[in-house]
Design a binder for this molecule. Structure first.
Ligand code: GDG
Length: 497
């Protein structure tokens, strides 16, 4: 069947909706890599994005219609909202998604709260998404569903008797068999994933884990093929299973990092922290990002290598996230306590070892930090990919940055040749890596960074989208028919998650 239109489905629409004190609604489009990559094809080719509005404030039907029209004019493509109640959000998003699937796939089952009510609501909300997909698409559409919050969408479409070509991409890791079997709904989740026509993972490791689970838990399914794409033969269809490492818009990052605005800001940051190497950590507030262990490793480096005192500063940026979940609030307090303790212990006149920033930086500020910092310390305990690692490299336009990267981040599979790989649980190992990065000769830095930048440039976000679509429907981004009917307005920056 000829596919003519792309429909993207994700938990959140690609816009943020806010209500001002005056009662007026405002819209800000997001500007993450997914939006950058998919926006043009949705915009020029009559595509659409389906998702939740992201606000818990109730809105009258006419307001919602106006707002969606306004949002569509701003983004350039149709936006189709899924209405979720307060209860839906609590149990589906904060519950099943963030308190069961998230810790489980990041190998932290002891953090899971296997409340059966969460599963019921997760199912119900996925069915709501499927209803909106069914109502707004036709058989020629390609429906591309994103991430762990929406695993059941294709399954519900099938149950409703709706035939669509569907693809699913999991942005987070897929756990090994012994972790996955702990999930009380393991069969339902595997079955649901096998309802898609294509299931994409970040790395070959994730794909292997998934195939192991299918083979062990569903012995009647046959999985064949060892190359880039494997196939699972289910009783009613064939599911393609592949690894598609997500990336960034390399060109956009590299060009933006070279602008005079970013350069000036980068200069100011370094001028205020003179004669020392700046080490950057940028993470969403999340226990999977390994921030406390990283701080311990940094303190360990200061303890064991006093020659580094006054010669390096760690700038740790934490992006507020999931603040409604009590665990995240206590993680924030733990990080603040550790930063205070380390600064209190090692502080000297004119030198504080850590600068801590707890807020969302503007895109320009973020780029300036990427550009000016000599070292990036990216040490998640486990991560689907980690885009910060790639963004740092893209902005290291003088090739002088050093990337210290956790071997448990998906990005390590691609960047292992240039990064200093570390085990984030090995405090002395990470401390040694910090020292090694600080002392690394310029030639070595250049060689390593050049390798990583070349690889990211070649495998950018557009390469990722094309690889997925080519596998799913034998099409590239630019093979969707062009329908020019929108004149997009300039967009403001925001971030996706
Ligand atoms: C999930 C998976 C996978 C951070 N601070 C600021 C800011 N950011 C932006 C970064 C980056 C994004 O947030 C974080 O992306 P990550 O990939 O590091 O992590 P998750 O949010 O956990 O994303 C992950 C990803 O999905 C994509 O598939 O790589 O493994 O967990 O883009 O730039 N942006 C702005 N200000 C900040 O302060 N503007």
């Amino acid at each position: 069947m000829e596919t003519t239109r792309l429909t993207v489905v994700s938990t959140r629409l690609a816009i943020a909706v806010d209500r001002e004190p005056s009662g007026q609604w405002t819209i800000t489009p997001f500007s993450g890599s997914l939006v950058t990559a998919l926006g043009p094809v949705l915009r020029d080719r009559g595509g659409q994005w389906i998702g939740w509005l992201g606000t818990r404030d109730t809105m009258e039907e006419t307001n919602l219609r106006d707002l969606m029209d306004q949002g569509s004019r701003l983004t350039g493509y149709a936006l189709k909202p899924v209405n979720l109640t307060e209860e839906d959000i609590r149990q589906y998003s904060f519950g099943f998604s963030n308190q069961i699937l998230w810790p489980l796939v990041h190998d932290l089952p002891s953090r899971c709260n296997f409340d059966p009510a969460y599963w019921t609501v997760y199912e119900r909300v996925n069915a709501k998404f499927a209803e909106v997909v069914a109502a707004n698409t036709c058989e020629e559409d390609y429906v591309w569903v994103h991430d762990y919050q929406l695993i059941m969408v294709a399954h519900h479409l099938k149950t409703m008797g709706i035939r669509r070509q569907t693809g699913f991409f999991l942005h987070i890791p897929f756990p090994p068999l012994d972790g996955f079997v702990k999930l009380p709904w393991r069969f339902q989740v595997l079955n649901a994933l096998l309802s898609y026509d294509l299931v994409g993972f970040q790395t070959m490791r994730d794909r292997r884990n998934f195939i192991d689970c299918v083979r062990m838990l569903m012995p009647k399914m046959r999985v064949v093929g060892h190359g880039q794409i494997a196939r699972c033969l289910t009783p009613d269809h064939e599911v393609l299973i592949g690894a598609f490492p997500i990336s960034i818009d390399f060109k956009q990052f590299a060009e933006a990092a070279a602008t005079s605005e970013v350069e000036d800001q980068a200069w100011i940051i370094h001028a205020n922290l003179p004669e020392r190497q700046l080490i950057l950590g940028v993470d969403r507030l999340d226990y999977t990002k390994g921030i406390p262990l990283r701080l311990q490793a940094f303190a360990n480096a200061l303890e064991r290598y006093p020659e580094l005192h006054g010669k390096m500063t760690l700038i740790q940026v934490v992006l507020p996230s999931r603040e409604e979940v009590p665990e995240y609030e206590s993680l924030k307090r733990e990080i603040e306590r550790m930063v205070g303790e380390i600064n209190g212990r090692f502080n000297q006149v004119g030198w504080s070892p850590i600068q801590y920033i707890y807020r969302s930086l503007s895109r320009m500020e973020l780029l300036a930090y990427y550009r000016t910092c000599e070292i990036a310390l990216v040490t998640p305990l486990k991560d689907g990919m980690n885009l910060v690692a790639k963004e740092f490299c893209a902005c290291s336009i003088e090739n002088n940055g050093v990337l210290i990267l956790s071997e448990f981040a998906g990005a390590a599979a691609q960047l292992h040749n240039g990064a200093i790989l570390v085990n984030p649980f090995d405090i002395e190992g990470v401390a040694d890596a910090i020292r090694r990065a600080c002392c690394m000769e310029s030639d070595n830095r250049h060689r390593r960074m050049e390798k990583m930048r070349r690889s990211i440039q070649r495998h950018d976000i557009f390469h990722w989208v094309n690889a997925f679509l080519r596998t799913g429907i034998h099409k590239d981004l630019d093979q969707f028919p062009r329908i020019e009917f929108f004149v997009p307005s300039p967009v403001q920056a925001g971030h996706e998650r």
